[in-house]
Design a protein around this ligand. Structure first.
Ligand SMILES: NC(=O)c1ccc[n+]([C@@H]2O[C@H](COP(=O)([O-])OP(=O)(O)OC[C@H]3O[C@@H](n4cnc5c(N)ncnc54)[C@H](OP(=O)(O)O)[C@@H]3O)[C@@H](O)[C@H]2O)c1
Length: 299
């Protein structure tokens, strides 16, 4: 019999990539704020509910009786979180603890998605063991969430991705989608050249999640690409991979953007542990962009 997997935020970028990864060999259930984006033929049972509604959430999960849970849903608007910090803390700090308690009661494993924003971004790249020092409300709320789940339940893995991108439908535009659209329309863009990280390709992150379940690897994991680059360099690589005009990409500094929340400037995640312990190779950005291109043309 197929195992029952529950995915929160199933309509989102990572949620959709988890559906691709697990739909053949799992019975899939989802929870999202919005109506299901899946067709009846996909046979995915999606409940439209707010994770902040603890009573309804608990009742729903009890009814499904899943074998495992992946928690991808989050309050993700980094700048708006500076003003809506109560909501950000409720969704990113409190909900994960509620889910961890439910998983503990059901004795099922849970994978929680965190972020590189738990680090201050002054001296990356960071290994999983580095001290956390979140800056800004989004970052603090996500850090509260990962601490809460780790304190609550032992069959718990926390994964930290950074600058996630991938293929999906009806998504809030990711950086890669936004850039491809702009360049295709011949619009020039201004991209910061002083924020560094190693972007995470969501389709391969879904494979890391499968490996963690299969190996029962309850721990903290980092996952991104092999290359740590500035956002500007990432943009040039995207233009090159998709045959788009790179002369439209102009470098600017973060201070010119005047963003509301602080950004980790020298971030990046050291991902050797995933390679050594889970057996998943870390690919270059160009290799992952080639995979994304393949995925886009297949659909
Ligand atoms: N994307 C990145 O660059 C990035 C980088 C590092 C870490 N992460 C982390 O990775 C995880 C997945 O990110 P993602 O890009 O896949 O996010 P996403 O595309 O925004 O998907 C999240 C989904 O969860 C839903 N959701 C939000 N609040 C909810 C609530 N209270 N109840 C039920 N559903 C709710 C969202 O609905 P709405 O769209 O209506 O809000 C959305 O459908 C998050 O934990 C995020 O913090 C993301």
């Amino acid at each position: 019999m197929k195992k029952r997997l529950l995915i929160t935020g199933i309509n989102g970028l990572l949620g959709q990539n988890l559906v691709k990864e697990f739909s053949d060999d799992h019975e899939l259930f989802g929870v999202d704020l919005n109506q299901s984006i899946y067709t009846p033929q996909q046979e995915i049972n999606v409940a439209q509910l707010d994770l902040n509604d603890t009573a309804e959430l608990t009742r729903h999960i009890d009814q499904i009786a899943p074998d495992a849970l992946v928690h991808t849903a989050a309050y993700t608007n980094v700048d708006r979180a500076e003003d809506e910090h109560e909501l950000a803390f409720a969704v990113n700090g409190k909900v994960p603890k509620v889910l961890a308690k439910i998983c503990k009661n059901l004795d099922i494993p849970m994978i929680h998605i965190s972020t590189d924003y738990v680090f201050n971004g002054n001296a990356g790249p960071y290994p999983e063991s580095a001290s956390c020092d979140p800056r800004g409300k989004y970052a603090e709320s996500k850090y509260a969430g990962e601490q809460a789940v780790l304190d609550t339940w032992k069959k718990m893995a926390v994964i930290r991705p950074n600058v996630m991108y991938g293929q999906g439908i009806e998504l809030k535009s990711s950086f890669v989608d936004w850039l491809i659209n702009k360049l295709r329309q011949n619009n020039s863009v201004r991209i910061v050249d002083d924020q560094y990280n190693n972007p995470t390709y969501a389709r391969r992150l879904a494979k890391v999640i499968r490996a963690i379940f299969e190996q029962e690897a309850w721990d903290i994991w980092h996952f991104g690409s092999k290359d740590i680059v500035s956002r500007y360099t990432f943009a040039l690589k995207i233009a090159d991979s998709f045959g788009l005009p790179s002369h439209l990409i102009n470098a600017i500094s973060t201070t010119e953007l005047n963003q509301r929340a602080p950004r980790p400037m020298r971030s990046g995640l050291i991902c050797e542990k995933v390679e050594q312990e889970l057996g998943i190779s870390i690919l270059s950005i160009n290799e992952e962009l080639a995979l994304l291109k393949e995925e886009m043309y297949v659909l």
